[in-house]
Write a protein that binds this ligand. Structure first.
Ligand SMILES: C[S@@+](CC[C@H](N)C(=O)[O-])C[C@H]1O[C@@H](n2cnc3c(N)ncnc32)[C@H](O)[C@@H]1O
Length: 271
């Protein structure tokens, strides 16, 4: 049976340990979706915005650059500290996306960049985003496209399936790629109280410094995928590393590796 409490604790302790590693591995990638995300949420000068699961604060910072009034919320104190260090003029607050520490109807826009796939209760978080918006307010979120398109995930998952055990015991959470399905995004947004859902795909490219970077980043700078890798037997892990290196080779350009990593951007309006 799914242990939602255990899964949340697993995610929480994972994120607590990796603010720097996450920035180094994913900062250049997850920031690629920010401008379309802010557009989908209607962020303009003066808009009151909440950045949910704000991590190092990339989206909050971009919203502030647009002249919006923004607050970031994340359940990891270490991520909040990192976001605050990077953005001393923006307010960041520790809090859970599934139970936001903010009142009803306070915001014109809510955004969650690559956060929803980490939540134990994503539908609860969608309902919370809706609660804190005012009528007419807009919510947007991003997730990775499915692993056949988001090549970095395709490579790691295929390598584990070929050389390791994809079913090692880990705290079980909701399906990682649930919201990679546009119809599921629309259905979930409507169920949470939003109207007029829109879903688009964003082309993105992950530029990695070497053919070993994908393995290293997945092992040291993620939570669920890192858990899967670290639970493999040492001999299997070495084969997985080699398979990931081989697969990365075909995406080599000059001295770097360029992996297609498209994102799904879903948005809706609170009636
Ligand atoms: C993949 S990072 C995304 C960070 C950032 N939004 C970005 O654009 O790169 C996921 C973030 O979600 C946060 N998170 C995970 N579960 C959460 C929850 N239940 N409530 C609040 N934040 C959560 C993690 O601490 C982490 O900072």
């Amino acid at each position: 049976m799914t242990d939602l409490h255990g899964f949340r604790e697993f995610e929480h302790s994972g994120w607590q340990g990796i603010p720097q590693q996450y920035h180094q591995a994913f900062g250049e990638l997850t920031t690629q979706s920010i401008e379309p995300l802010l557009d989908a949420a209607g962020v303009e000068p003066g808009t009151k915005v909440i950045d949910i699961a704000s991590g190092p604060g990339y989206v909050a910072a971009a919203a502030a650059r647009r002249g919006a009034r923004v607050i970031g919320v994340d359940f990891s104190a270490a991520m909040i500290a990192e976001a605050q260090r990077r953005n001393p003029d923006i307010e960041f607050r520790e809090g859970d996306a599934e139970q936001l520490p903010l009142g009803n109807g306070l915001f014109d826009a809510a955004v969650m960049n690559f956060g929803i796939l980490h939540l134990a209760r994503p539908d609860q978080a969608l309902a919370e985003a809706c609660r804190v918006l005012c009528p007419g307010g807009r919510f947007g979120f991003t997730v990775w496209a499915k692993p056949d398109e988001a090549i970095g995930f395709g490579i790691v998952l295929r390598s584990i399936a070929a050389h390791g055990d994809p079913n090692v015991p880990l705290p079980e959470g909701p399906p990682f790629f649930r919201f990679s399905e546009p119809d599921e995004c629309s259905r979930s947004l409507l169920a949470a109280g939003f109207q007029s859902p829109e879903v688009i795909k964003l082309p993105q490219v992950w530029r990695l410094p070497s053919i070993d970077s994908l393995f290293e980043f997945m092992k040291d700078s993620t939570v669920r995928t890192a858990g899967l890798l670290r639970a493999q037997r040492p001999d299997a892990l070495e084969k997985i590393r080699e398979a990931m290196r081989d697969a990365s080779r075909q995406y080599q350009k000059d001295n770097a590796v360029e992996l297609p990593m498209p994102a799904i951007l879903a948005s809706g309006m609170k009636p």
